[in-house]
Design a protein. Sequence first.
Length: 249
Amino acid sequence: LSMLKTPEQIAGIREAGKINTGILDAVAEQIKVGMSTDDINTIVYDYTISHNAIPACLNYEDFPKSVCTSVNDEICHGIPDSHVILKSGDIVNVDVTTIYKGYVGDASRMFMLGRVPQDKKDLVNVTKECLNRGMAAAKGWNRIGDIGAAITSFAHKHGYSVVRDFGGHGVGLAMHEEPFVCHVGKRNTGMLLVPGMVITIEPMINAGKEALYIDAANNWTVLTEDGKPSAQWEHTLLITEGEPEILTY
Ligand code: MF3
Ligand code: CO
Ligand code: CO
């Protein structure tokens, strides 16, 4: 019951989600080859502050920046860096989490820089479809395992692997709440999805093997062990009696 949000809380999360979407739109307008990932951090920080919001990532468990920027073989939790310059052919995930009036929205998108090889484009597009299929499976009174099953079957059909050590989560009053939403799952297993829950779905799909490691230099950035690229898309969703409502459109 503690996972169910009140109508007032849902309205607040929707507001936070709108600002979060505005931030990602601002990144989409400005991101380009030659920019550093720290320039993305500046866009996110400035937009957030000027909208009276707080970047949830900044100082979260000692994370040093306002956004995660994960390039190519980085799966997630990439740290913006003035020395990491985006180049033609890169794919980058920009993961923004915003606190507004105490409510939290969380979403991420992939950006493709310059001339991107077809295999990386395919990975980005299939991963977006994985999110769409996961969301379609997240109907009220389905189970969490239905989300992972939908994502995994589509990813495997394309020869990709699905990260299971990191996943989606409840969100809204804090960045990370119960439940954990694994992107690998079995149909009709796991926790019930009850109308009023607010969760993220954020599949991380690897072009190669599932194995990963955490960068020992910063204890944050998650990378593929085989060095092949990884992609991710994320939305914050309200579970309803039917299809979920996307709160980060
Ligand atoms: N936005 C991430 C998520 O989707 C969490 C980032 S935590 C940070 O769950 F500290 F790395 F920012
Ligand atoms: Co996120
Ligand atoms: Co998230």
